[in-house]
Design a protein around this ligand. Structure first.
Ligand code: SF4
Length: 379
């Protein structure tokens, strides 16, 4: 690849990628002592014209200003249910803001305070790669009986592909019902882009064996599989993963059990299969929050998910012992790009009448994506 094909931060946008560019204009300094006051003033000035959505993995300084907090599923529902606010300020990552744009009306604008807040997992499946995969599945004679099930953590282009080919979107909250539904519509599933969520759901929730699942490597001809393997598989898993949840290992689980007797291990289904199998409980971000909240005082939990959320759970439940599952710091670096300076910059710009960082999905892509998202919301 030549240098001119590389995307440099702040010098354009790569429409095929979840990676964006940094914001334009004057960002407040993070050290500005008036930052919180500026945020309050701008928020008050926007009033009902704006709704701020905050994903659970966001920093505390941002969550403080969120009108609704949630995982990607809850935030998608919130965006779909809301029709009055002129601006949806989405404190999360790019694919979530795209989904909000798809689900809201044309009169509403979705703002992502930092366009560089992408998702490395979503980047692991590009539209071209998925289209090429489908053509190869057709060559193997299975495309007609395969239903795409696509995790929310994907670009609008992949969601659109899913809608066009009779599939549905899912989140970690509803992957089981989405996959069960897909198998009433066809004989096989192409699960995109998170192999771990697909494998964990197929094996642990739907009762398939590991041998029923094959891994599609988009960098190899026929995904690195034989035609016989493709035909025999029930679930074709895309070779993508979350760079945050993928870090937790079986060693982390063994280590915490040794260090903290009586601890229960609670992990997200984006973790590797062996980690999920070794855990006491597995569930979506919302389920993790509920489980900790409903556990008795004195409970000990080692949690395998993003660090901002685990730290917040530890602070809000001082009567429980909350541990981060890994010894190393494990923030989602792209989620963390949305900070108070970017939020203040976005809100103050809107107050001044400058509409910045609008996320707008192409209308054809949006219509098929909406079909796939609506199938999910109807599950
Ligand atoms: S935590 Fe993982 S899946 Fe979620 S936004 Fe970050 S990289 Fe993407």
């Amino acid at each position: 690849m030549t240098l001119k094909n590389l995307l440099l931060l702040g010098q354009g946008s790569d429409l095929q990628s979840e990676r964006g560019v940094s914001c334009t204009g004057e960002l407040p300094e993070p050290s500005d002592p008036t930052l919180i006051e500026r945020a309050r003033i701008a928020r008050a000035a926007l009033g009902d014209r704006a709704l701020i959505l905050g994903h659970h993995y966001q920093r505390d300084e941002v969550i403080e200003f969120a009108d609704i907090t949630g995982d990607s599923f809850k935030l998608a529902q919130s965006a779909a249910a809301q029709s009055s606010a002129e601006f949806i300020i989405f404190c999360g990552v790019h694919f979530m803001a795209e989904s909000a744009d798809i689900l809201t009306s044309k009169k509403q604008q979705v703002i992502l305070p930092d366009l560089a807040a992408g998702c490395s997992m979503a980047d692991m499946a590009t539209a071209n790669q998925v289209q090429h995969c489908w053509e190869q599945l057709a060559q193997a004679g299975v495309a007609d009986v395969t239903i795409p099930v696509t995790y929310m953590n994907s670009s609008a282009a992949i969601k659109s592909f899913t809608g066009e080919h009779g599939g549905t979107i899912c989140t970690s909250s509803n992957a089981q019902s989405a996959m069960a539904w897909a198998l009433t519509q066809g004989e096989k599933i192409l699960f995109l882009p998170d192999q771990h969520l697909g494998r964990n759901t197929a094996v642990l929730a739907l009762g398939y064996s590991l041998d029923d699942c094959v891994l599609w490597n988009p960098w190899k001809p026929m995904g690195g599989l034989t035609v016989e393997e493709i035909r025999a598989a029930k679930i074709i898993l895309w070779r993508g993963h979350c760079s945050v949840h993928g870090r937790f290992s079986i060693d982390s689980v063994n280590d915490i059990r040794q260090r903290v007797p009586g601890v229960k291990v609670l992990v997200h289904p984006e973790c590797q299969h062996e980690v999920v199998c070794a855990a006491d409980e597995v569930g979506s971000t919302e389920m993790i929050i509920r489980t900790v909240a409903n556990s008795p005082a004195g409970s000990k939990w080692a949690i395998g998910t993003e660090l901002n959320l685990v730290s917040r759970l530890a602070r809000t439940h001082p009567d429980k012992e909350i541990y981060f599952l890994d010894k190393d710091v494990c923030y989602c670096s792209t989620m963390n790009r949305i900070d108070l300076p970017h939020l203040v910059w976005a809100m103050e710009s809107l107050v001044k009448g400058h509409i910045v960082n609008v996320i707008e999905v192409d209308s054809t892509v949006a219509s098929y994506s909406k079909l796939a998202l609506e199938r999910m919301l109807a599950l």
